[in-house]
Design a protein around this ligand. Sequence first.
Ligand code: ARG
Length: 573
Amino acid sequence: MSIIDLRHSLAEALKCGVDSINPDTGLTVDDIAEMFEYPPDDKMGDIALPCFKFSKTLRKAPPMIASELSASLNEAKLVKEAQVAGGYLNIFIDRDAFVKEQTEEITEKGESYGRLTMGEGKTVVLDYSSPNVAKPFHIGHLGTTVIGHSIKMLHEFAGYKCVGVNHLGDWGTQFGKLIVAYRKWGNREEIENGGIDALVALYVKFHEEAEKDTALEDEARAEFTALEAGKEENLELWRWFIDISIEEYKKTYAQLGIEFDSYAGESFYYDKCAPVLDALAKAKITKIDQGATIVDLAEYNMPPCLVLKSDGSTIYATRDIAAALYRKETYDFEKCIYVTSAGQSLHFAQWFKVVELMGYEWYNKLSHIPYGTVSIDGAKLATRTGNVVLLKDLFAQATEKVLGIINEKNPELANKEETAEAVGVGAIVFHYLSNNRIKDINFKLDDVLKFDGNTGPYAQYTYARSSSLLEKAGGIPGNSSYENCTEEEFQLSKTLSKFPEAVTSALESSEPMMITRYILDVCTAFNRFYHECQILSCEDEAVRARRIALTSAVHTVLGSAFGLICMKKTEKI
Ligand code: ARG
């Protein structure tokens, strides 16, 4: 029984107690289930009910309430004892029964343990990663990619149907520049071999040359206009640039275990902007300002939202509005979530407001999830000067370092490269998702890759430890005895029982950090159990059986939790 279920069953019993004091409080079982706290010290109980929370509705002193309510727990499931301490009702769990229930539940449910049902029948669209084609895919995109995917996985785990959309930056004047640069200085072979790097090099070259020769900018603009007008040669080049880019992005996504359901990028909305402009006009919320069309948002303390430039072209915001309308129509979402750096918060606040002003009552189903900046060894990124660390290079570097460690410590390991990649990339993801998402992050690669301390490799290593124990055990034997469970076994079970709760709070706060923290709690509890309790060497067969079952429960829960933060599992390190 997970802690959530336990809280619920305790609350049901207590509700009877509350009703017998005063049947008209209006308190529900869920209200009571929300009130529990975890005492800082086990000696004070495993779970506690602060009774001062009832003093208003029950009109009695909290210690009095606690003592009257304690009787209602006499028959409650898994309760060993309930003690009154001041205004608290401290509840002690029947430990052996709890370990048994908990372990059997995880064994039975397997990978579905911890799954929630709140999202059933509802669809969530997640817009994340979304790099700009022809510009480098650098570590600034790591946040949107891993936070976005983690939030997607959390929703899936909660029963939502999820649609992951990569809203590629695949439209805009940069393509005019790229077309000009390619025709002047590029060739097919070079791009085919060099991929995105070759495209970026052309883009950089364009800017260098344009400093000397300003006519190039005009040429680029003309080529983009021709592209917009549907000139076939330009369209062909543009499609090719995008294909090359997506192919390469997919390699990085594969390293993270990410797949998108749609790559409908900005260009997809090119012909869907005109109806948006009509709707805006109909809603009478636009104004012409120096030839451009804007929505004035002064009343909401925001600068105006530009929707049509004076040259008649649409912009980022127009396409975002068109995309939101399209997605509502296509997926009928319960939520549409956008994950980008905090630098774009105003952009989203502006166009969300425009959608509201257009009269769409679902405007409040749009939500922006921002995150902080990232630096490596203290150095901030500067995209313009080309001072960027590419995501693929960061992953390659981490993989190589881990491979070095494996070659030193376990040279016989099979699939060394694959493992090194899972651990190296996982280390970066784990580190990234260990902080409050809005906090700025600094990477010190050496710290990130440590096998001890609160790192990804430590978590992966612990998982591999459980895996190898299970392999040696050759399956979970039947006939477990749950008598006289040790303190470590109980603590481990209690930690495992908190998984659904961790998922819920991660989901509610959009903080994958709740999952990385939870993973560390499980690792600590499991490693304590591993060091203090004999597992395979335990002579009492029935005790050995339950310890193997507990190990298997750890393996299951860690595996599910890794999946929620896009960290791959490695059975052996
Ligand atoms: N391509 C944008 C960038 O790299 C991110 C797009 C985010 N999604 C959106 N619908 N605006 O900054």
